[in-house]
Ligand binder design. Structure first.
Ligand SMILES: [Zn+2]
Length: 327
């Protein structure tokens, strides 16, 4: 402690004592608040909005899950020590992991387009907050014009309905036809994905009738185009977003760990249904977004989940956005 700060502390104590004495005498002099500030708990940013040409893009943290990892989920075909050494070299704990869930909304000025719907409301304490935070972000669920589903996994379709009713009552839905048919038909579903199929049937399948089914590189609205990114799931879609020459790529679940999956796109990920195809999609995507310097939003990138992929001598790395979008 420096001399200066110790004097300050002594003075503060004297003041506190004096104020207490005056208070006891019933003085009208206002007391200087000396109570320690309360502990408030962690505060995490959960809404981030930036401009992309004439569009506004809002990322919302639906929530997160923490657990053991990243190995064996990430680097599934690698020895645990190799994956642990990589994350430790980048300041992350060897055996603890957090997986965030981040939904992206794009207001084109004509339509409010939401990519994915987050986790089921109320299923987890730490996730399923999208529809509440949407209001905090300045929108109402009734204002969402289009909900685009990248794929049928629980963290993406779980927040479509509550109590059997659509949470976004006025929305039109856009599904990839391959993905919708896969989960809806329910054939060749791996054992571990059976609960995903059950959830799909309650949360997504009922919306199929009023949904637009798209095949591949379809335009969803002017400036937003789907891109097939099959592998993580049988028909996953990614999205090109462009306004006034400014581009953004929403890669959905192409890469889900900002160190492991980006520095080693070739390492297998347990959640990828077709692991080799997912590796190919990662490599192709990283080549494209790094060569063209296109910013990326990713559903499982650390909040606010927007950044760039940079080519390095060894491969690639994730560069989170700082103030680029403010300028
Ligand atoms: Zn996901």
């Amino acid at each position: 402690m420096t001399k200066h700060s110790s004097v300050t502390r002594r003075d503060a104590l004297k003041l506190a004592g004096g104020a207490a004495a005056l208070g006891a005498l019933g003085s009208a002099i206002p007391q200087i608040a000396q109570a320690a500030a309360p502990m408030l708990g962690v505060s995490r940013p959960s809404i981030y909005r930036f401009k992309l040409g004439a569009f506004e893009v809002t990322n919302i943290l639906d929530g997160y899950v923490q657990g053991n990892g990243p190995h064996p989920a990430f680097g599934n075909n690698q020895p645990a020590e190799v994956v642990q050494a990589l994350v430790q070299a980048h300041g992350l704990p060897a055996t603890r992991h957090e997986n965030p869930y981040v939904v992206t909304l794009v207001n084109t000025g004509k339509e409010l387009v939401m990519f994915d719907a987050g986790n089921p409301k109320g299923r987890m304490k730490t996730a399923g907050h999208l529809s509440d935070l949407l209001v905090t972000a300045g929108y109402s669920p009734a204002q969402v014009d289009i909900v685009v589903l990248s794929h049928g996994h629980p963290d993406h379709i779980g927040g479509l309905m509550a109590d059997g009713k659509p949470i976004y009552p006025n929305a039109r839905y856009v599904f990839g036809a391959t993905e919708f048919d896969y989960w809806n038909k329910g054939e060749n579903i791996p054992e571990a994905r059976k609960p995903t199929r059950d959830l799909f049937m309650t949360q997504a399948a009922p919306l199929g009738e009023k949904a637009t089914m798209i095949k591949g590189n379809d335009e969803i609205v002017s400036g937003i185009r789907a891109v097939p990114a099959f592998g993580h799931s049988p028909g996953m879609l990614a999205f090109h977003i462009e306004s006034e020459g400014k581009r953004l790529y929403n890669w959905a679940d192409t890469a889900n760990h900002y160190i492991v999956s980006i520095q080693h796109p070739e390492w297998h990920v347990a959640f990828d249904q077709d692991k080799d195809m997912a590796v190919e999609v990662r490599k192709k995507t990283f080549d494209m977004v790094s060569a063209d310097k296109i910013p990326v939003v990713g559903f499982h990138m650390p909040f606010p989940s927007v950044g760039w992929v940079e080519k390095t001598a060894a491969g690639y790395r994730w560069v989170p956005a700082s103030f680029q979008f403010n300028l």
